[in-house]
Design a protein around this ligand. Structure first.
Ligand code: DI6
Ligand code: FE
Length: 409
């Protein structure tokens, strides 16, 4: 006997490659937090649904997909950057604001003075918004602390968010996000500090699942990133990279060289980088919110990614500077409208490919027997509808490991 069954649901399993994997008029049974059975209603084992499972949910023609996964966020942060947004609309550029000590560093200042509870409460609202859009898994980066204590504080908040909500959370250490004022003229010294003090400190506290860096002219050089990645490898931690967002830094190739889970942004990435990502199995994470909010004009090379079979994921990049959004569905719409993705690619980008971008593909990302019961139920008439609405969530339920998630509000 299963713990629960959903009957009269249309399933978009996302399991076969290149397809929604649709099962019309289906059912899905779960036990111990895992999917135990799925298929057409007509193929259910004999007996009334009540005899098959302790809990019976009649989906009444709704659609079920894997729970969505937001595989790149900075959703723990203090303050807001609305005044900077206003400056940009009055003509200043993102890079100019960063060079003048604003940008990421202004969020670092606000995050450093915030206590854990206030960071938690602000982040929880953003996370609850994601849950309301069918999200069952999320990646959360540090990177607005830039001291061992403050990075640990951010990662503790990320840990608590996972524990309290029941979401699957990957905690990513992003110490190499920006140069703190204390190391203003000594980027190499800061990288040394990241490798020898900060990463060991958060690792000792078991606060970190992966390591990221910002490889960019206004971030860190490929050599500096490589040093961070070498150290991450020593700890057995997977890496990922903010790559080629504002200029080509061979970031895709660098990520691939370290078998990175993903290279993210990629507006300026070259074919050479993409080929290397394909060989290394590095996922391309596309962030249309940042492209939109920074008014970028250079599109990531999607055709090359398709040509070389680099799986594409989509994420919110939720952060106060370049993508102040906690809507994964809006990102799917933007990926279609701004990047020319298809709705199928967009849904793959927030399910199976997002799972791959976090190394979770054996556990979730598709509806398959044996995988976790991380599910989203939708009041829609076709899965393309998930990429279609703008600022509206047709989500009817979010289920993680068999438990229906509720939000704090
Ligand atoms: N790239 C981004 O999109 C975010 N970080 C990064 O390295 C933006 C961070 C910010 O502006 O606060
Ligand atoms: Fe980012």
């Amino acid at each position: 006997m299963w713990d629960a069954i959903w009957i009269n649901a249309h399933l978009a399993t996302m399991a076969p490659e290149g397809d929604y994997g649709i099962i019309k008029n289906g059912a899905l049974g779960i036990a111990d937090g895992k999917i135990r059975w799925l298929g057409e209603m007509s193929a259910l084992p004999p007996g009334a649904p009540q005899e098959l499972a302790k809990e019976v949910h009649d989906a009444d023609g709704k659609w079920m997909t894997p729970g969505l996964i937001d595989c790149h966020t900075h959703l723990v942060y203090g303050g807001s950057r609305a005044t900077e947004f206003e400056k940009r609309l009055n003509g200043a550029s993102y890079a100019e604001i960063a060079a003048a000590g604003g940008g990421i560093l202004s969020t670092v200042a606000a995050t450093n003075i915030a206590d854990e509870d206030s960071l938690y409460n602000a982040a929880r609202k953003r996370l609850d918004t994601l849950i309301g859009e069918g999200v069952t898994g999320v990646e959360i980066k540090s990177g607005y602390g830039l001291t061992p204590e403050s990075e640990a504080k951010m990662l503790r908040v990320a840990t608590r968010l996972g524990t309290d909500t029941g979401l699957r959370v990957q905690r990513t250490f992003l110490g190499a996000h920006a140069l703190p004022p204390k190391f203003k003229d000594d980027p190499d010294g800061y990288i040394e500090h990241v490798c020898k003090e900060m990463l060991p400190a958060v690792f000792r506290e078991s606060l970190v699942d992966a390591v990221d860096a910002f490889g960019e002219k206004i971030g860190f050089t490929p050599e500096q990133v490589a040093r961070v990645f070498e150290r991450a490898k020593k700890y057995g931690l997977p890496v990922k990279l903010h790559a080629d967002q504002l200029s080509d830094q061979n970031g895709g190739a660098l990520a691939a060289q370290y078998q990175a889970l993903s290279a993210d942004h990629l507006e300026y990435t070259t074919e050479d980088s993409i080929k290397k990502m394909a060989e290394a199995g590095t996922i391309a994470v596309l962030l249309p919110g940042a492209f939109y909010f920074l008014k970028e004009t250079k599109l990531p090379p999607l055709d090359l990614m398709r040509q070389h079979n680099v799986p594409m994921a989509i994420a919110t990049d939720c952060n106060p500077g370049s993508s102040p959004s906690a809507s994964i569905l809006l990102m799917m719409n933007m990926a279609c409208m701004l990047f020319g993705m298809t709705p199928l690619e967009a849904l793959q980008g927030t399910t199976i490919n997002a799972a791959k971008a976090l190394g979770w593909q054996e556990e979730c990302g598709t509806l398959e027997k044996g995988k976790a019961a991380d599910l989203a139920l939708w009041d829609i008439s076709h899965p393309a509808e998930l990429s279609y609405y703008i600022g509206f969530s047709p989500c009817a339920a979010t289920i993680r490991g068999g438990q229906t998630l509720s939000t704090a509000t």
